[in-house]
Ligand binder design. Structure first.
Ligand code: SAM
Length: 325
């Protein structure tokens, strides 16, 4: 995407996510005292701090709201940047030669879906045909799915304000052209995705599930990412059956750059209006660091930019060297 389009997408996503999280927050606060609200915000922040030590958050309503306001943009960037690493001849979105059926396990708020949309914008801009795309998005957290649906709908509404976003015509076109419908039949490529689903705590279970899914469905491409602090070794499949490749993304490797001023303000207002003076000092300090000190951006912070990506393709033992990445 060129710079202008990226800026337009950033602006529209900033607005769309803001609209959703503002209304979620209003609902979550309804009927609660100021102290109860501050406690809930603090609890969500602690859950995400613990995530870095491998403990899985609950992904309840409060945590889903915070995930959207903080991590969603960087995860879209991760998915989009990663899809761009897959060479066009193996990537239906970029070549348009095959339809694509993706199973997005632990889809959260649909970051992979946004990543596919943005990759499709690139294809259209380069004059490629778009394939039919079908995504089955699965998550154990209903609040994450619910907020994802709302963000997707709010983004669609935003980009369709043609006078406000004249630079997004390719995004509107990609949105219309992608047919998110069930696809069967010959010529369809199957992907299995699990972006940042595994933590120390659940890694073995997730690896077990993915291994059985791979054995039964034989996808063409398996894409798994984990936070660098997490248990990547659980994802080393049986010897020889898959080829593993790890990519360490540095901040510069991410394709999308730019800040999210509305979401940054939302988070600092969350501190000023809902947390400050309602918590013990130590907890308030902790919340201040999370809510006031980092700007929201496509790459939110240092931890995200250092994630590992494990890309695996089902392969027989003897073509170990033909991995295109
Ligand atoms: C860090 S979020 C990542 C979401 C999304 N893939 C992304 O990249 O933004 C992890 C997600 O995995 C989901 N998850 C964790 N364990 C799961 C399981 N066993 N089955 C389904 N979803 C799971 C959580 O509910 C959460 O939405």
């Amino acid at each position: 995407m060129n710079r202008r389009t990226t800026q337009g997408v950033t602006r529209a996503l900033d607005k769309a996510i803001l609209n959703v999280v503002e209304s979620e927050l209003a609902q979550l606060c309804s009927g609660k005292t100021a102290k109860e609200v501050a406690k809930e915000v603090y609890r969500a922040l602690v859950a995400y701090r613990d995530l870095q030590d491998g403990v899985m958050p609950l992904y309840d309503e409060w945590e889903a709201m915070y995930y959207a306001a903080w991590y969603q943009s960087s995860h879209i960037n991760l998915a989009y940047t990663l899809l761009n690493e897959i060479p066009p001849d193996r990537n239906p979105i970029r070549s348009g030669h095959h339809n694509l059926q993706a199973f997005d396990f632990g889809c959260g708020a649909f970051a992979a879906l946004f990543g596919i949309l943005l990759a499709a914008v690139d294809s259209l801009t380069e004059g490629e045909n778009l394939p039919k795309v079908s995504i089955v998005s699965v998550d154990s957290s209903e609040p994450m799915l619910a907020i994802g649906r709302k963000i997707w709908a709010a983004f669609a509404k935003e980009i369709n304000k043609i006078r406000e976003y004249p630079e997004l015509s390719a995004v509107r076109q990609a949105f219309r052209a992608l047919e998110f419908s069930p696809i069967q039949g010959k010529g369809t490529r199957h992907w299995l995705c699990a972006f940042h689903v595994a933590y120390e705590e659940n890694a073995n279970k997730v690896a077990e599930y993915l291994t059985s899914k791979i054995a039964s469905e034989r996808p063409d491409l398996v894409i798994v990412t984990t936070h660098p602090g997490n248990k990547r070794n659980a994802f080393c499949p049986e010897q020889g059956q898959y080829i593993k490749r790890e990519i360490r993304l540095g901040e510069d490797s991410f394709l999308l750059k730019g800040t999210f001023p509305l979401l940054t303000k939302f988070r600092s207002d969350l501190f000023d209006l809902k947390v400050k003076s309602h918590l013990p000092e130590e907890q308030e300090q902790f919340a201040r660091i999370y809510l006031r000190n980092y700007p929201s951006a496509w790459v939110t912070n240092r931890f995200e930019s250092q994630c590992f990506l494990n890309l695996r393709r089902i392969s027989s033992n003897n073509d170990i060297d033909d991995l295109p990445f």
